[in-house]
Write a protein that binds this ligand. Structure first.
Ligand SMILES: Nc1ncnc2c1ncn2[C@@H]1O[C@H](COP(=O)(O)OP(=O)(O)OP(=O)(O)O)[C@@H](O)[C@H]1O
Ligand SMILES: [Mg+2]
Length: 365
């Protein structure tokens, strides 16, 4: 088990290092809690992600997130990193505030789906976000609708966040040239069952194409509201990912999706995905006159207002997180669950079964 040295005690009004004042909790995930904070100097608001100090240093993952986010600061599709540090009981990272999560938008729309043109616009930006991340030398390994958000002010920009499961795949050789890291023969399960690529179920080392599989599955769900394996147990999910034809998988999706999945299936760990070609194919699916800068339908159309109070719309995520409900049986939104023992990986993020190659922490990168 990943055991904190002590529980994190944070209250509204707490001042951190004379730089941030805690306002309220924004969210909580496997890795820790996220708070809304006021910036003391410079003014404005930000988000602070907090992780307790762990008994075993290998269980601490926020420092990896800070490391990754720092290296990604030239990308338009990630938060600005505003600060990071450590107190007696926790590590923290302060970043710019994001707007609505893509997962929430879909669930709060009347039909629980986003229109095809808007989905295509989100997908194009995701491909770019992943290209930026991969070129900086990292794979995300948990691409899913609840790790994507729109900007708070610039609501047309898509952001990728939550780098807690990221892995460095490009390393500098003796001459300083970045080289693709050798894949391990078998690695522990990292990701979320519903959105991970078939390779991940087979414990293959995750490459750049696997992140794009995650983006594709996320976008199929976004535009159709479903996936062929949604609500199925993990084993069935794995089998369905293998046997569903590309046509069936991409039924009712924009035309480019089936071409993208066809290409992705042929890619190997070593291959650089054809990002530009994917973006061009997606762009060709946009109806004439639709611009990347147009407001999305939930900001303009009375028929597409987001419903905050629809409990039914919320149940999907809540059930997924609790692992109950017909739609989500055995399918906890299980970032980081290991196949070997079914334990939450926050309990064994870096350690793991003897069969598996160890995960790297920053200490041995
Ligand atoms: N920059 C941000 N601005 C606003 N809210 C944020 C920001 N970062 C995270 N959050 C909120 O906090 C939640 C948890 O964040 P994040 O996904 O990074 O953590 P996690 O512990 O890895 O979560 P999980 O395991 O559920 O994916 C998000 O779903 C979101 O609601
Ligand atoms: Mg997350």
């Amino acid at each position: 088990m990943a055991t904190p040295i002590a529980p994190v005690k944070i209250n509204t009004g707490d001042k951190i290092k004379d730089q941030f004042v805690v306002k309220k909790k924004l969210g909580e995930g496997a890795c820790g809690q996220v708070f809304l904070v006021d910036l003391i100097q410079g003014k404005g608001k930000a988000a602070m992600k907090v992780e307790p100090l762990m008994k075993d240093k290998l269980d601490e993952i926020l420092k990896m997130e800070v490391y990754v986010l720092k290296k990604l600061q030239s990308s338009r599709h990630v938060c600005r990193l505003l600060g990071s540090g450590k107190t007696d009981t926790y590590t923290y990272m302060v970043m710019s505030l994001l707007g609505k999560e893509v997962a929430d938008i879909r669930r709060r729309l009347p039909q629980r789906k986003i229109s095809a043109p808007s989905t295509v616009r989100i997908f194009i930006q995701l491909v770019k976000a992943l290209q930026d991340m991969h070129e900086a030398g990292f794979v995300h390994r948990d691409v899913k609708p609840s790790n994507m958000a729109l900007g708070l002010k610039n609501e047309q920009v898509v952001y990728l966040f939550d780098f807690g499961l990221a892995r460095q795949i490009l390393l500098a050789d003796a001459s300083g040239k970045l080289k693709l890291r050798e894949p391990r023969s078998k690695s522990q399960f990292r990701g979320t069952v519903r959105y991970c690529s078939p390779n991940v179920h087979q414990h293959k080392e995750q490459g750049r194409h696997d992140d794009l599989f995650g983006a594709l599955y996320a976008m199929i769900e976004t535009v159709t509201s479903s996936l062929p394996w949604k609500g199925k147990p993990k084993k069935e999910t794995c089998a369905l990912k293998e046997k569903t034809s590309d046509q069936d998988l991409c039924k009712n999706c924009p035309k480019s999706f089936v071409e993208i999945v066809g290409t992705l299936r042929k890619l190997k760990y070593q291959d650089t995905p054809p990002y530009v070609q994917f973006m061009e194919k997606l762009r060709a699916d946009l109806p004439k006159g639709v611009k990347m800068t147009d407001p999305f339908e939930w900001n303009t159309s009375p028929q597409s207002q987001l419903d905050d109070n629809n409990n039914d719309n919320k149940s999907d995520r809540e059930n997924a997180e609790r692992g109950v409900g017909a739609d989500t049986v055995n399918e906890v939104d299980e970032s980081i669950i290991t196949e070997s023992n079914g334990e939450s990986a926050s309990s064994s993020k870096n350690g793991g079964g003897a069969d598996y190659a160890p995960e790297d922490t920053l200490d041995n990168l």
